[in-house]
Structure formats: C-alpha cells, structure tokens
Design a protein around this ligand. Structure first.
Ligand SMILES: Nc1ncnc2c1ncn2[C@H]1C[C@H](O)[C@@H](COP(=O)(O)OP(=O)(O)OP(=O)(O)O)O1
Length: 618
C-alpha cells in the first residue's frame, strides 16, 4: 500500500509552516496531525481494499454465473475448443476468480477437472500461462491432450533438446508467439537462470498471464508427496507479484495449504475446496490373515465374478509384488499385467495403452501407476497392501468411477504390511504419523469410512449421507467393545522384558512370544494368550495406535528393521484403575473369546489361569 506522495506532501507543508513560526510545539502538533491523517488514510485505504476484495469474492463465489467481460469468450471456448457443454462444480468459480486476478488454491478430488481451471483461462487470456508440473509424463499427457484440441502448448524439462529450449525461450517474449501454455518442471524453475530471466522479460512485457502450480501439496513436507524443488517456487510470486497464481491439488489438509501459502509467498489466497465425498465409490476393508494369506485368491475370485469384464487396478507394495501378484492372477485366469517404475518406458506405455483400450483388464501396479491416469470406467481399485497415508489412499482409490457410475475401493489390511511400509517411510518427516492414520482407517470398525476420509480432509460429514456405501455402514454394529487392559499388560511385559535383556523384538516376535510360539532362545516367564492370531494382531495394532507401544527402527547398510518398544502411554498400565478398550469386528473372531458390547468389558476375553499362562519363550 503506497503512502509515499501523501507523506511527502505533509512534510513539505510542515517545512513551510516552520518557516513562518518559531514555536516548536506548533510543529509538533502539525506532525501529530499529519501522522494521524496518514494513519487514517492507511486505515481507509485498507478498509476500501478489503471491501472491494469482499465484493469481488462474493460476486465470484456466490454468483459464479454473473457476466464478466470474459464470460462470453469463456462459454464459447468451453464449447468450441474443449468440447464441453457445462462446467462441473467449482470450475466456473475458480476460473472467474483467477480471471479477475486473484491468487487461488483449488482443492478438488482427483478426476473432477482441475486442469480446465487454468487451461480455459489460458486460452482466453493474452500471453501465456506458466504451468509447473511435477512429472514429465504428466506434462506429456497434457501436451498430447491440448494438441488434440488444437491448443498450442510447449514444455521445458530436463529432456528438452537445445534447439527446442532455444525456440521456446525466444518465443516467450515474442508477442506473436502462438503458445498459450508453457509447462515446466519445478527443477527448471530452480535451476535455469535463463528461464527466470526470460520469465522476467515476459512479465515486464505483460505476457505472463497466470501461474498454475499443479499438485501444489508437493511444496509442503506435511503433504504426502513432498518434492524439494517445490520449496523454491516462492521465487515466482516474489519476482512476479502481479501475476495471479493458481495452486491445484486433490489432497491437501488446511495445515498443508497454510504451509504451501507461506512457501509460495502468496499473501492472501482464496481457497476453494470441492467436496471429497465421492458418492459413487463403495469403500471396504478386508482383513489379510497372516497365517494363510489368501488375498490373491480372494482378489482373483472378485475379479472373475463381481468384476467380470470390467476394468480395474490392483495396487501393490513393491515392484516384486507387482510381478508376483500379476503372475498369480494370470495363473488364476485373470487378464492382468504388472506396472512399476523399473520397467522400461515402452513396456510401461504399452501396458497403459492396452489397459486404456480394454485389452488388459487389470493393471497390477505400484504407485508409479498414478498421476495422469485418466480412465473413466475403472470399476474397482483394490489395494493388495494398504497405502502409506490416507491422502495416498484417497488419490489412488479415486481413480475408480471417474464416470460417476458405481465403483468399488477395497483394501486388504495385513498386520505385517504395516511394518513393511513403516520402514519404507522411515525417512519421511511425518511418515509414521500418516501411516498410522491409514492403519486407523483400516482398523476402524464403527465409524463410516467416508466420514473418516472427510474428517481427515477437514470436511464436515454426516454418516447418514453414506447410503451404505461403505462396509461399516452396510454391516452396521458388526463389532464388539472389548477390554484389553490385561492383554495390554501382557504385551507390554513381553516388550519390557526384552528391553531389560537388551533385546529388540519385531512385531512378529512379539506376536509369537505372546502366543507361546517361536524358538525357545531364552527362558523367561511371560504370560501367553489363547487368543487367535487375528485378535493378537488387532490388539498389538491397537496398542501401537493408542501409544502404549511405539516404533523402534534399526538401520543396517542393507535394510531397516522395525522393532516394537514401549510407547509413551505404557507407564499408565502400572496404575490399577487404568483401563483400555478397543472395538473389534465380530466377524472372524472366535466366539469363545469375545463378547458383545452389552457384556461387561472384563469378560470380553477369556484369560487363562496364571499357571497355564507361564511359558518359556524366545
Ligand atoms: N466440465 C466438464 N465436463 C465434463 N468433463 C470434464 C469437465 N471438466 C473436465 N472434464 C474431464 C476431462 C478429463 O477427462 C477428466 C479429468 O479432468 P482432469 O483435469 O484431468 O482432472 P484432475 O486434474 O482434477 O485430476 P487429477 O487429480 O487426477 O490430475 O474430466
């Protein structure tokens, strides 16, 4: 906000006045008045700005169909260029705000049409829009699509040839250049001074009309896909403050967006958030039994019966799993192919192409099969292994049902998978925290699954609206509340004992020790259990989620080991009055060991006599 000329004017009058009078107090009084006037002016100007801002925001947000100078052109290009008849929710609001020069964060579920929110304004504006995209493959998909609808777009990335880069850099400042969108990777912005100098020239010539930062959550370490080069993108708004910035993401919580705002140096962005509730998606969690993992048989039966001739994705944990699960499914008569980052690019695009044209029914993929996958009729997304966070799960499962027709999102939840993923995300800042929220989603038996997702994304959600489109709501009350205080004490005792012997126990060792199995390496008195393996695993998971146990990692040059140690809440168990409960699925539990919610919690599990419980293990 500029006050320069006003201040200068007053200083001048103060000097004139001083020439006529020698009374210091008169000068002081005048200065005081001047300061007050300046303050008043500042306040008024500030209030006026806020008022204008509010009016514009209200007009755009509440009356998105109001006619603006660009409205006719928008409608025309939507139909003629993009061949679309109507806008989807929030698209027009976002476009109008961006066209009116506002900085904007657009949070919209995957597949709902975020790209149009900068592509259409680009077509309707002078100059070009700079689009920052994390992946070259995403960039290429967009360029291909834009070419197919005759919108001129170019890209600059590490694999651009020298001639191409030279041509693009020259055209950036050429008013006759035809391209409307320039796609770059964040690395380019961070590393190419030449690109920055060209952008500056384009900015000064009024040719840089808009900046779009795709997958904006990559800026924040709190996001699920942090990329270091995104952290440097604040330079764009610092150098080109008058150019509106549009940050787009499918998955960002309020705190992630706040972080992105700071990193991108966007002073007051407007945030538009579309609902995360994909009403056509059915969410389900199935338990993987560690004793006899028959999840692949289960998946193949589902695909051959429920999803016969329908297109889908099976997500797996590792490249090796992609190969083996795909081979197993093929062996069971499913038309499946693997997809992972280690395949050569031709093989990857061949699998993608064949799947897109329904020549392959199922892609068994790692998360490498991700951004840019835009097939409308995906009827199922099955996770053979849980995702590393709710954000990841939402995005991966969200590839189902983009045509708004019913589709299923099923996760197979296995105890051992928790620790495989945990060691994978060990280096990530909040990796464990995020993984545990995903585990909580899977272990949950009493809350509507869509409400768990919605709450995670700060959205208010009413379970009633689920319409039984998740397993919890569909099989309501299929759970019991059990008292696990004594069990917690037993498990904590095992971990404590190992600690006192300077030994570390993996979750598997704890499970087996508690169940009285495993090699009898040390002879120590512990209390074992007669609970089933699924129950034991559920209790250990719950103790981890509730903070009675926690992770303890150990690194070797070749691998990372996950051990269990006492959590911050473990000492509470020494307190006689302290009790812990958990909710468990009724289905699959041993009828002799569990009780209904009506029974007293103490009866919930049968606890064997002390002598019976004394066993020598590990
Ligand atoms: N108004 C509209 N009407 C009909 N289809 C639309 C509309 N806007 C976009 N689409 C289509 C175009 C694409 O095929 C599909 C997904 O759009 P896209 O912009 O790729 O989604 P997105 O960017 O939100 O998803 P992702 O997060 O996966 O990148 O929706």
């Amino acid at each position: 906000m500029s006050t320069g000329p006003f201040v200068a004017g007053l200083k001048c009058s103060g000097n004139v006045f001083w020439g006529f009078s020698s009374f210091a107090w008169q000068r002081g009084t005048l200065q005081l008045i001047a300061i007050n006037l300046i303050t008043l002016h500042n306040i008024l100007e500030y209030m006026l700005n806020i008022l204008l801002y509010c009016i514009l925001t209200c007009l755009n947000v509440f009356f998105p169909n109001l006619d603006f100078s660009w409205s006719t052109e928008l409608e025309q290009n939507l139909k003629d260029v993009f061949q679309l008849s109507t806008f989807r929710p929030l698209q027009l609001k976002a476009i109008n705000l961006s066209m009116s020069g506002k900085d904007l964060f657009l949070v919209m579920p995957t597949g709902r049409g975020k790209s149009l929110c900068y592509q259409l304004p680009a077509v309707c504006s002078e100059g070009f829009t700079l689009v920052v995209t994390p992946l070259v493959s995403l960039m290429e998909d967009q360029l291909m699509y834009l070419k197919s609808i005759d919108v001129e777009a170019v890209s600059l990335n590490a694999s651009s040839s020298k001639e191409h880069a030279k041509m693009v850099l020259a055209e950036m400042t050429d008013s006759k250049a035809p391209f409307k969108l320039l796609y770059v990777t964040p690395e380019k912005i961070a590393k190419s001074k030449l690109l920055m100098s060209r952008l500056e020239k384009a900015y000064n010539a009024g040719r840089l009309s808009r900046i779009a930062v795709d997958e904006v959550h990559c800026c924040s370490q709190w996001g699920h896909d942090f990329r270091p080069d995104y952290k440097l993108l604040g330079i764009l708004k610092r150098q080109f403050p008058k150019v509106p910035l549009l940050g787009l993401t499918a998955t960002a919580t309020g705190s992630v967006l706040k972080d992105c705002q700071k990193i991108l140096c966007v002073p007051e962005p407007i945030t538009l958030t579309a609902s995360f509730n994909r009403t056509n998606l059915y969410y389900e969690v199935r338990l993987k039994d560690s004793n006899s993992d028959d999840s692949v048989s289960d998946i193949s039966a589902l695909i051959k019966e429920r999803y016969k001739d329908q297109s889908g994705i099976v997500y797996v944990f590792s490249q090796k799993d992609a190969e083996t699960v795909s081979a197993d499914l093929q062996g069971k008569g499913v038309n499946a192919s693997p997809y992972h980052a280690n395949m050569n690019p031709e093989d990857k695009s061949q699998v993608h192409r064949k799947w897109a044209t329904n020549k392959i029914q199922v892609v068994v993929a790692t998360v490498a099969f991700g951004m840019g996958i835009d097939k409308a009729d995906v009827r199922f997304v099955i996770h053979h292994t849980i995702s590393k966070s709710i954000e990841n799960y939402y995005q991966e499962s969200g590839r189902a049902g983009r045509d708004d027709k019913p589709a299923d999102c099923i996760v197979y939840f296995g105890f051992n998978d928790i620790f495989r993923i945990s060691t994978m995300v060990v280096m990530e800042n909040v990796g464990q925290q995020k993984l545990l929220t995903m585990v909580d989603y899977c272990q949950n038996v009493d809350r509507c699954r869509r409400s768990v997702i919605a709450v995670h994304f700060d959205e208010v959600w009413d379970d009633e609206g689920c319409n039984e489109m998740c397993d919890v709501c569909r099989h309501g009350n299929d759970y019991i509340t059990v008292d696990i205080t004594q069990h917690a004490k037993d498990v904590v005792q095992i971990v404590e004992l190992a600690g006192s012997l300077d030994e570390k126990l993996t979750p598997l060792k704890v499970t087996e020790a508690w169940m009285g199995k495993g090699p009898a390496k040390r002879r120590k008195m512990i209390q074992t259990t007669t609970l089933s393996r699924l129950e034991v695993e559920a209790i250990i998971t719950s103790l981890l989620l509730q903070g009675y146990l926690s992770e303890d990692f150990s690194f070797t040059p070749y691998t990372t080991y996950f051990y269990l140690k006492l959590g911050g809440k473990a000492p509470l168990l020494k307190n006689q009055s302290h009790s812990i409960t958990m909710k468990m699925r009724r289905t699959g539990l041993d009828a002799n060991t569990v009780s209904t919610t009506q029974q007293t919690v103490q009866e919930s599990f049968s606890v064997p006599g002390k002598d019976q419980r004394r066993k020598e293990i590990w």
